[in-house]
Design a protein around this ligand. Structure first.
Ligand SMILES: [Fe+2]
Ligand SMILES: [Fe+2]
Length: 143
């Protein structure tokens, strides 16, 4: 039963930046990771799993671009460093996921990769994205 599968990731209010567009993106990324995890657990098939994996990568890129545009607009002093972290994640995921992306089989997308993605997102939101919230408060900037 799908309901019996323990979630790989659940949203935490500790991750709230207070910037709606960013929080909505993060929630959507969590949903996509969870959806991908379910599809793998229930062996939905290679095509389906690849489609969600591609959607996750694409949405991650969309989110990173949105965040970087916002950071630039408000003069966030960590923009350059933050941008590099985003680029590194995409590079790593594309490298680790190249087999499934190149029309590989379902088993080519490993739970390790999904775990890596999930851990990265959690850590990144808590340690990096939330710094933008602190920056806004410190500089008394309303978004
Ligand atoms: Fe983010
Ligand atoms: Fe970020």
């Amino acid at each position: 039963m799908i309901q019996d599968i323990k979630p790989i990731v659940t949203w935490s209010d500790d991750w709230v930046t207070g910037i709606k567009i960013i929080d909505d993106d993060h929630r959507h990324l969590v949903d996509l990771i969870q959806k991908l995890f379910h599809s793998m657990m229930t062996e939905k098939g290679t095509t389906f799993i690849r489609t969600i994996f591609v959607e996750l990568i694409n949405y991650t890129n969309t989110h990173f671009n949105r965040e970087e545009r916002m950071f630039k607009k408000y003069g966030f002093d960590e923009l350059d460093r933050h941008k590099i972290l985003h680029e590194q994640l995409v590079e790593q995921v594309l490298a680790k996921g190249k087999h499934i992306l190149n029309k590989g089989r379902q088993k080519d997308l490993s739970f390790e990769l999904l775990d890596f993605f999930k851990d990265w997102l959690e850590n990144h939101i808590i340690k990096e994205d939330l710094k933008f919230k602190t920056f806004l408060i410190k500089n008394n900037i309303q978004v």
